[in-house]
Design a protein around this ligand. Structure first.
Ligand code: NAD
Ligand code: UDP
Length: 347
């Protein structure tokens, strides 16, 4: 049973969403242990989490596929719940290196489950994704919409959901929440943590931010001939702080419910690429040069969530609008033009 003084293990907690969750957990009074191999994050993010909250957390640098490291974490701590972010997430890379993605994401999750089974901890919140849905989607996407991911990354997420469903069917003590994120963007309003992609960003918002701050010359808009209100792709962008708070609501829910649940976390609103460009320009005061190029292979015209189940069951709704998402993303990017990378190596 998790309460506000419980200990939560956050896998992948040094990353973009994980670091924002750590802030919310610490501020709510939880004890936080992060396990992260830093393959796509820097320890500086957790330093910043401690600065924002003025509270300490415990960090273990380890790969979740390292059985002995995980066993040690569960033996030496009384862990009440696990929030599982650790995974690789680049769609294009997953197509080029599927085995790497299946090993890291699925095998990593299996090792985590094994370590949890050896302990008394049976409460797990899993980072799933709207990429599990079939394309083209029926809109808005409900949790019962047909699944059918089109790439190895999405398939790894769906396979993990299925593994977790089997687990909860076999042992009714499990309490599992799979949260299907739509498009997390923005940054903590302090401007101290935010998204810091390695290399050229694959996603729209970090790309726009890097154009605004002068790291890239222009945005390429992938197609303006979609059947959407202005021809550019429509997505359900959600502020990362809202998303993080959804996890706390999921923990509350699991404290009262056994079994496995699936919830969409989005706002329910669809914005186009041009809407996002204009909102970012208004928030930053910077003009974003862009060029319309070919559609990106595999892209869908529009995707947005039906958020009714999260509202009704978790009592959760997104609060921040697109303007706040852009203002917070810009505060982070303009204060940290090179992300966490300034100064080279981690201290
Ligand atoms: P991120 O890359 O910033 O965070 C993932 C973290 O996991 C990183 O800190 C990385 O170092 C760590 N990690 C990866 N493999 C690991 C392993 N084997 N052992 C230990 N640590 C490991 O990504 P994010 O945007 O914060 O995403 C968090 C989770 O949410 C991921 O599982 C991702 O698939 C999922 N998700 C993200 C989005 C998105 O758009 N950001 C959308 C849907 C779902
Ligand atoms: N997009 C774009 N240029 C970019 C990155 C993305 O035009 O450099 C578009 C993309 O085609 C989609 C939307 O922005 O319509 C959101 O893309 P993102 O990769 O952020 O999210 P996803 O498509 O994975 O939901």
């Amino acid at each position: 049973m998790t309460t506000a003084r419980s200990t939560v293990l956050v896998t992948g907690g040094a990353g973009y969403i994980g670091s924002h969750l750590c802030v919310e957990l610490l501020q709510a009074g939880f004890q936080v242990i992060v396990v992260d191999n830093l393959c796509n994050a820097r320890y500086k993010s957790l330093d910043a989490v401690e600065r924002i909250t003025q509270k300490p957390l415990t960090f273990v640098e380890a790969d979740i596929r390292d059985e002995s490291a995980l066993t040690r974490i569960f033996r030496t701590n009384d862990i009440d719940a696990v929030i599982h972010f650790a995974g690789l997430k680049a769609v294009g890379e997953s197509t080029e290196q599927p085995a790497l993605y299946y090993d890291n994401n699925i095998n990593g999750t299996l090792k985590l489950i094994e370590a949890m089974q050896q302990s008394a901890c049976r409460t797990l919140v899993f980072s799933s994704s709207a990429t599990v849905y079939r394309s083209p989607p029926e809109l808005p996407l409900t949790e019962d919409s047909p699944t059918g991911p089109s790439n190895p990354y999405g398939r790894s997420k769906l396979m993990i959901e299925e593994i977790l469903r089997d687990l909860s069917a076999a042992d009714p003590d499990w309490r599992i929440s799979a949260l299907r994120y739509f498009n997390p963007v923005g940054a903590h309003p302090s401007g101290e943590i935010g998204e810091d992609p390695a290399g050229p960003p694959n996603n729209l918002m970090p790309f726009i931010s890097q154009v605004a701050v002068g790291r890239r010359t222009k945005l390429h808009i992938f197609g303006n001939d979609y059947d959407t209100h202005d021809g550019t792709g429509v997505r359900d962008y959600i502020h990362v702080v809202d998303l993080a708070r959804g996890h706390l609501k999921a923990l509350d829910y699991l404290a009262e419910h056994c079994g496995m649940t699936v919830h969409n976390l989005g706002t329910g609103n669809g914005y186009s690429v041009l809407d996002a460009v204009r909102a970012f320009e208004a928030a930053s005061g910077v003009t974003i040069p862009y060029e319309v190029v070919e559609r990106r292979p595999g892209d869908t015209a529009a995707s947005y969530a039906d958020v009714g189940r999260a509202r009704d069951e978790l009592g959760w709704c997104a609060e921040y609008d697109l303007e706040a998402m852009c203002a917070d993303a810009w505060r982070w990017q303009s204060r940290h033009p090179e992300g966490f990378g300034v100064g080279g190596e981690d201290e």
